[in-house]
Design a protein around this ligand. Sequence first.
Ligand code: NPW
Ligand code: ADP
Ligand code: K
Length: 490
Amino acid sequence: MSQTLSNIFVTPAEMTSVDKDAAHSGIDSFSLMRSAGTAVSAAALRLYPGALRFVTLCGPGNNGGDGYVAAAALAESGACVTVFALGEPAKLKGDAARARERCALAPGPLDGYEPQPGDVVIDALFGAGLAREVPKQARNVIGRVNASGVPVVAVDLPSGIDGRTGEIRGASFVAAHTVTFMAPKPGHLLMPGRARCGTIEVFDIGIPGRFVVGRAGDLHINTPTLWEEHLGALDPEAHKYKRGHLAVFCGGSASTGAARLSAAAGLRAGAGLVTLASPVEALATNASHLTAVMLKEIDGTADLSAWLKDKRLSTFVLGPGFGVGKTARDFVLMLCDRALVLDADGITSFKEAEEQLFDRIAEEGGEVVMTPHDGEFGRIFPGIAADTALSKIEKAQAAAKLSHSVIVYKGPDTVIAAPSGRAAVNVNAPPWLATAGSGDVLAGIIGAHLAQGMPSFEAAAAAVWRHGEAGVAAGRTATAEMLIESMPPL
Ligand SMILES: NC(=O)C1=CN([C@@H]2O[C@H](COP(=O)(O)OP(=O)(O)OC[C@H]3O[C@@H](n4cnc5c(N)ncnc54)[C@H](OP(=O)(O)O)[C@@H]3O)[C@@H](O)[C@H]2O)[C@@H](O)CC1
Ligand SMILES: Nc1ncnc2c1ncn2[C@@H]1O[C@H](COP(=O)(O)OP(=O)(O)O)[C@@H](O)[C@H]1O
Ligand SMILES: [K+]
């Protein structure tokens, strides 16, 4: 797919390379800073026309430089503006020094700022260059501002958010609005950073898009642009076998609901046929609940092996309510040559046996999608989970590579990653998606997309987006059943 600026995001390191490329091409870096700072002042005036005072907090680098430009522009527009600086303003270098020289307002020391009612803070302490925990002076002012409730407009990122990971480096502002430049960064999309950005405005400061695209990795916001060219696979004209046969494995009689939710979601999401594969003990319970979903007795590896001779059976979901243990492992290892969504107990069953699974996937070459939440991720990828230096995106990418599968690392900021390093962060999921059975529904939707022939990364990304849309449509009181009912067509 050709890259456009519309749904890509870049790491701070990539953005630094973009800046360098722009400078080498002859673009004046100070004119970029002027555009950036002016955009911030325009946003502040647009959002807070009634502000009594704009208080610009300027840091020691170019983020601070943007702040001086914004302060000067606000003052020129007739607003009341005060500037406070972290560190010694005389020590600023390059464009930031130039911006400060052109700002007629004398900065006071950061410690001197006490928030007043009617203030609007322009946070220009740190942006993409935050390299360690914020210093004490910044921590103190962040604490005072957050406690006061005065609104904050953040320049590039709320200071204290790590742009690469979204983590809070000691303390961070909670912004009402963030103006970033050219493209979002992981810190705008990953939690907890995302929740502290407020509304996010991506402003084009005039760097040609080709420079951004040229340095961008394969990181995307999960929007339909990412996968819509594969929707042809979901052909509404096709007969039911062509629309894909999805098989969902069910566990024992005490926990059959989860698998039925996956199966019902798979049918609703467009699989032509859905079969629930059930052990003998749960057949009667399942039979009394199912209508359109078919039922098949699969009571052990011999049954499964016979069933798998039917090559039309291409796609499986295993995990929801299945039970943790040897049966799960045996079944999964037999399914590694097919398309398989491995969820919940299916993942947990490979705790301390993960290498066997990853080797089998590599040998058999099936299309496996794993859907761990945080707890499950830690069970099957303990080494990666424990590496605190990695962002959630980097963890999902490492897990995808290690396991030869597509990883859907769930949560409010679900990351979908492929072994190639391609990754997407999902942003449309409302918090009430966290309801019992919601993950089972997601597994069924992914299965339906796979059954209809979508490639695994796109099948998973489209399913996560669709699950989010279903949540939005179902509303705050959503239950898993309502998510199925509310699922929009693609
Ligand atoms: N993208 C673009 O195209 C454009 C980007 N622009 C803007 O540039 C911003 C990036 O600027 P930047 O690279 O100078 O980084 P910034 O965030 O100001 O911080 C660096 C300074 O902070 C210091 N420092 C760091 N951590 C610290 C800590 N914990 N505690 C104390 N100090 C710490 C660090 O010191 P050092 O680590 O070097 O000792 C250095 O002095 C970007 O966010 C955007 O606003 C625009 O001007 C237009 C074009
Ligand atoms: N705070 C949140 N905001 C949005 N989506 C969330 C949030 N928390 C969880 N989710 C989503 O809800 C689903 C929960 O799945 P899972 O944890 O497997 O739950 P269950 O086992 O109850 O089905 C996942 O798709 C996850 O991404
Ligand atoms: K900032």
